[in-house]
Design a protein around this ligand. Structure first.
Ligand SMILES: O=C(O)/C=C/C(=O)CC(=O)CC(=O)O
Ligand SMILES: [Ca+2]
Ligand SMILES: [Mg+2]
Length: 420
């Protein structure tokens, strides 16, 4: 597939990727839908009239909106048609856009001139807990070796309902929170700034397709029709607050101080070349969760930290999406098994993605084993948890034979506590 926009082989946004995002520019502050190609953005609002295929010709308005929700709400046949049309318009043998200087001028924007926004209005956000290695590590640290993995864990994808209002786009600063903690085991709680701020390396998917009805579960056979695409996510976590508050109902204020996602939604269609075997499941889950087809992806993940006033970044974690025990389809099916309805734009996160190796752990809690094994940073400093001014940047990419499919960064800087 040859594109008329040129880019190096290492580019994360080749014609095989085509992720969707919402952007604005200095000259045009209105939010609009774009597709990343090379170092450019194709503005779909400028070319909405060109979506003339059977599944889109009556829905061209979805490309003129300020979020992706309406486009996500269409059927997968429409997503497929849109991808084919954009691929065709960008290909080197199609003159429509390439040879129309005026249209090209209007429709292609430099990524460096754009501000990215949240891709969708997120109605509801859920966070799972689907990495066996992460759940085991956290369990050992919080509850001891004998109670590390709860008896339900291998029978259903454990999760909690998060807080959609606090999901922000990459680049948004995060403020160290205040809360209740128990610095001395058994002593009464104190109020103050969080001392144990952490990141969590996650991916999340946006729900697509028409809204489902309350009382009508999504079945495993059709679950894929509701999975529009994926982003990277940092589920910033206040560990000392979490440890005190989470019993018995799970994470609450420790997880709603800001959750960062990457701006580009990489579609499930673009991830197809990177499908790998599902994680082996023993025992076999109940039939409503079983699917034989592969729905796991080889997505390389990396976390870097840059301290304040330092130019030196340290890679603290290398992991992979494929380490997840539960698939996105199983997560979605279990979420709706009791009849919970889903809306396009809902966000379902994987949970922290840790592998088996100690440098693949997806949080500082695990990497520094609760502060007992500090990390040496490239600038000479050490970390047990995050320090004020630290910038945490997550990256993700899939490596094909001749191209790379990247996600764009998920980054945020931790600001000091404000006066309460
Ligand atoms: O109570 C525990 O074992 C830990 C819970 C979490 O940290 C919740 C969470 O965010 C899950 C995850 O990211 O995997
Ligand atoms: Ca999490
Ligand atoms: Mg909500």
């Amino acid at each position: 597939m040859k594109c008329f926009v040129t880019y190096p082989k290492s580019c994360h946004f080749p014609i095989e990727n085509l992720p969707y995002g919402i952007f604005s520019t200095q000259n045009d502050k209105i939010h609009r839908i774009g597709v990343a190609i090379g170092n450019l953005i194709l503005d779909l609002k400028q070319i909405s009239h060109l979506f003339d295929g059977p599944h889109l010709k009556n829905h061209q308005h979805v490309f003129q909106e300020e979020t992706l929700n309406s486009f996500m709400a269409l059927e997968p046949s429409a997503w497929k048609e849109a991808r084919a049309k954009i691929q065709s318009l960008l290909s080197a043998d199609n003159p429509t856009l390439q040879d129309n200087a005026q249209l090209r001028e209007r429709a292609l924007v430099l990524q460096s001139d754009a501000t990215m926004h949240l891709p969708a209005k997120i109605g509801d956000y859920t966070d799972f807990y689907s990495s066996l290695h992460h759940a085991t590590n956290v369990g050992v640290m919080f509850r001891g070796k004998d109670n590390s993995l709860m008896p339900n864990w291998k029978h259903l994808p454990v999760g909690y309902h998060g807080r959609a209002s606090s999901v922000v786009v990459s680049g948004t600063p995060i403020t160290r929170p205040h809360g209740q903690t128990v610095p001395v085991d058994g002593a009464p709680p104190v109020f103050g700034s969080c001392k144990l701020m952490d990141f969590e390396l996650e991916m999340a998917f946006f729900v697509g397709g028409p809204p489902t009805k309350l009382g009508e579960p999504i079945k495993i056979e059709t679950a894929q029709n509701h999975i529009f695409g994926f982003v990277l996510m940092n589920d910033w976590s206040a560990r000392d607050i979490q440890k005190w508050e989470y019993i018995p109902l799970g994470p609450f204020t420790a997880k709603n101080l800001g959750t960062t996602i990457s701006p580009w939604v990489v579609t499930t269609l673009a991830l197809e070349p990177f499908i790998v075997d599902n994680f082996p499941q023993d025992p076999t889950p109940l039939p409503y969760l079983v699917h034989k087809d592969k729905f796991n992806f080889d997505i390389q993940l990396q976390v870097d930290i840059i301290p304040q006033n330092s130019a030196i970044s340290t890679t603290v974690c290398r992991s992979n999406y494929r380490y997840l025990y539960w698939t996105a389809k199983q997560q979605l099916v279990h979420h709706t098994v009791t009849g919970c309805n889903m809306n396009p734009g809902d966000l379902l996160a994987s949970g922290t993605i840790s592998g088996e190796a100690s440098d693949s752990f997806g949080s500082l809690l695990e990497l520094c084993w609760r502060g007992t094994k500090p990390l040496n940073m490239a600038d000479g400093s050490q970390r047990k948890f995050l320090q004020d001014g630290d910038t945490v940047t997550m990256n993700a990419f899939c490596e094909g034979d001749n191209f790379t499919v990247g996600f764009g960064a998920c980054a945020g800087t931790l600001l000091p506590c404000k006066n309460y």
